[in-house]
Ligand binder design. Structure first.
Ligand SMILES: [Zn+2]
Length: 239
């Protein structure tokens, strides 16, 4: 799947992978095949495929030579050609970012924990400090992820979001499970809002508006497929 907005730029390649024939999960024997196949499709060098370990942190790695440590990292940025920056997800949000002025890119894993830690803003700030990117020039594409329709949490997680963000309409009272009140959280709206707050233009925040659980036939989804779930990746590279 590709974003029309990013296809306008001939010097970058990107995609969010579909479920069919592709799985980027560590334990899957088809992971290496998937990396080769998607790089081949995008005309990229699979030996430069870089995927962070991802541990729901807000830590960003600056990729200069490809030998950087990827432990405890959830976001990748570079201004070097060739590196294929990948973030894996199955319901979590992958963000693909591009600054056409400074020619810098980012691939970010923003699960609900990373979203609460504001990793999207951390990434924009890191691009600013490393490459001189102005927030108003950064384009951020929001890949398929679990949306408010399916992202159901208990009181504890609801309180975390309530205490962290003051945005309107991000928390909805959901169903009750026995005594327990459930809540639905709109993490996409939260990401959009915090990116706007840090200076991104509304028209530069592009949302695919696809829920991975609703569209489980097309995308791997942890909630829909567990325990044997697979992983999709959001990929971006400078050519
Ligand atoms: Zn849904």
């Amino acid at each position: 799947m590709q974003f029309k907005r990013l296809l306008q730029y001939k010097n970058i390649a990107h995609c969010y992978t579909l479920k069919e024939n592709l799985n980027f999960r560590g334990v899957s024997p088809i992971k290496q095949e998937s990396i080769k196949s998607i790089c081949n499709e995008l005309n990229l060098d699979s030996s430069k495929f870089i995927m962070a370990e991802q541990d729901h942190t807000k830590n960003i790695a600056i990729i200069n030579n490809g030998n950087e440590s990827l432990e405890d990292i959830d976001g990748l940025i570079t201004n070097q050609k060739g590196f294929v920056l990948a973030s894996k997800s199955a319901d979590c949000t992958s963000l693909l970012m591009y600054d056409p002025e400074k020619n810098a890119i980012a691939s970010v894993h923003s699960g609900w924990r990373g979203t609460a830690k504001k990793i999207a803003v951390e990434t924009a700030n890191k691009m600013k400090e490393t490459y001189g990117s102005k927030p108003e020039n950064i384009i951020c594409c929001i890949c398929p992820s679990i949306r408010k329709c399916h992202f159901e949490v208990d009181e504890d997680v609801k309180e975390l979001f309530e205490n962290t963000f003051k945005y309107e309409g991000i928390i909805e009272k959901g169903r009750t499970d026995g005594e327990k009140q459930k809540y639905n959280i709109d993490t996409t709206k939260i990401n959009k809002q915090m990116l706007k707050d840090c200076g991104l233009k509304e028209e530069n925040i592009v949302d695919c508006e696809l829920c991975t659980v609703c569209n489980n036939d097309k995308f791997h989804s942890y909630r829909a497929d567990k325990p044997n779930y697979g992983l999709n990746v959001g990929i971006i590279a400078l050519k």
